[in-house]
Design a protein around this ligand. Structure first.
Ligand SMILES: Cc1ncc(COP(=O)(O)O)c(C=O)c1O
Length: 466
């Protein structure tokens, strides 16, 4: 038989590949026999494989280290974790083991910073970068951190009015700040300029008028973030070069300026066919900054990143059973799963995000084209296209086979929990799946435990007021 699922994968991709291999017809994720977890906990469940978080941070640091050495780059590299991609304590604990810095997005994030400080996981020298359009509660909480002696808190101004609030709320003699430059959106988007940040054309004047002669404010960082991610295309490099030019202009009039922050947007593997040359892209970023600084004869800035999805995305997975098959016409076969795609992976319908999807069992069976259907009544609760191909193939099976078909969506660790309102009311009251954490013990052996039991209907009814 050559039209087995495993043959399809072997013919289409390099397989096995990092994190994925098949033994005896069953899929392993980072040496973890997923069937064992299924037998232990039952589907559906979410899974977080914590060692991947540290591995990602180490990878990025090494790429920057190599690129900086190759370019004889004089500035430093700082890895900040964008908390909003996953706020969970188990994530923050793993992230902070690596002595990274933090980027916050809201007033509520500052309470989280307070907790981390109380727990001794960060200290008053941790760099804490504050982004976002800030309601007064947020600027007050940022100012409270500054007033409490956190030396490296750096609000990044989203608009010119924000500055006055730090004037009012901070009581020390100095306050470090950054400026976010609003990038232009991709040509096919509804708006020309990002709503976040200060328009590029206004930045220099704003600096000269409000910051240059201020005894209090020191502009330390220029920040930008291209929402579509760090991609090797004209649009990205154009935006990058515009900000770089502005950095050089600013640096000539602002000696305190020391850092450029390129935000997040480093992509992750969303299909077995994913190709992205990370070392090349990072080298290109470092060398372009170096060249621009040499041409303008200015000091090279420290480079900051705020990788969210890259840090935590590849640590997550969601595992389902197929409950039954429905052939709705000659061509449309549905694999109906035991939870909802919409609820568990909201980015799939919100922004048409693709995740790496693989069967857990029956790799030696023939494959066929399928659509995956969720349990809500919503016609958007489906998944039927992969990132590399506008179709979806999974192993064939018979309804009376004793073992159900299991499937897994992988690299789902960023944003999905917050967007689906972890532990809250879910569409059609489908209970939120349980959540399993996996880590390595001191001897490097895998251990796993339940972080969240399947949502109880009593709790849901309580929330609903019954
Ligand atoms: C300012 C800022 N930094 C970093 C990030 C993280 O982006 P990503 O998760 O794509 O790395 C975001 C995401 O929206 C952001 O708005």
């Amino acid at each position: 038989m050559t039209n087995r699922y495993i043959d399809l994968v072997n013919q289409t991709f390099d397989f096995p590949q990092e994190g994925f291999e098949v033994k005896g017809g069953y899929l392993y994720f980072h040496d973890l026999p997923l069937k064992t977890l299924i037998d232990t906990y039952g589907t559906p469940f979410k899974l977080s494989y914590l060692p991947k978080i540290t591995a990602q941070i180490e990878k990025a640091r090494n790429w920057f280290k190599t690129a900086m050495a190759a370019n004889d780059y004089q500035g430093e590299y700082h890895y900040c974790y964008c908390t909003k991609s996953s706020h969970f304590r188990y994530v923050m604990d793993e992230v902070l083991k690596n002595k990274v810095h933090i980027e916050t997005s809201s007033a509520m994030d500052i309470d989280l910073v307070d907790r981390l400080f109380e727990q001794g996981k960060i200290n008053k020298t941790t760099i804490i970068i504050n982004n976002g359009f800030k309601p007064i509660l947020y600027t007050k909480k940022i100012s409270a951190l500054i007033n409490a002696g956190f030396k490296n808190v750096m609000p990044v101004l989203d608009n010119v009015e924000e500055l006055e609030q730090y004037e009012q709320f901070t009581n020390g003699s100095t306050c470090k700040i950054g400026i976010r430059v609003a990038t232009e959106e991709e040509p096919n988007f509804e708006f020309y300029t990002s709503r976040l940040g200060i328009p590029r054309a206004k930045v220099l004047d704003f600096y000269q008028e409000k910051i240059a002669n201020s005894p209090k404010f020191q502009l330390k960082m220029l920040h930008f973030f291209v929402d579509k991610g760090i991609k090797d295309n004209m649009y990205y490099w154009n935006e990058f070069k515009k900000v770089l030019k502005l950095y050089c202009q600013l640096k000539k009039v602002c000696p305190s300026l020391k850092a450029i922050n390129i935000g997040g947007g480093l992509p992750i593997k969303n299909s077995l066919g994913f190709e992205y040359d990370y070392p090349y892209m990072i080298n290109e970023i470092v060398s372009q900054i170096k060249t621009a600084c040499q041409e303008e004869q200015i000091e090279e800035p420290d480079i900051f990143t705020e990788f969210g999805k890259f840090t935590v995305g590849e640590s997550g997975a969601v595992i389902f059973s197929v409950l039954g098959q429905k052939l709705q016409n000659d061509a449309e076969l549905w694999y109906m799963i035991d939870n909802s795609i919409m609820n568990t992976l909201p980015d799939t319908w919100g922004i048409q995000e693709r995740f790496l999807l693989l069967p857990i069992n029956r790799w030696n069976n023939e494959y066929r084209r399928v659509n995956i259907g969720g349990l809500t009544c919503d016609n958007s609760d489906y998944y039927n296209a992969e990132a590399h191909i506008n179709q979806l193939y999974l192993p064939k099976y018979n309804n009376n086979d004793p073992e159900p078909q299991y499937i897994g969506f992988f690299h789902t660790g960023a944003y999905q929990e917050a967007l689906c309102g972890y532990g809250g009311i879910q569409h059609c009251l489908i209970p939120m799946p349980k959540h399993v954490l996996v880590d390595k013990d001191a001897n490097g052996n895998l251990k796993h435990w339940l972080n969240f039991k399947e949502q109880k209907l009593e709790n849901v009814l309580d929330l609903l007021g019954y």
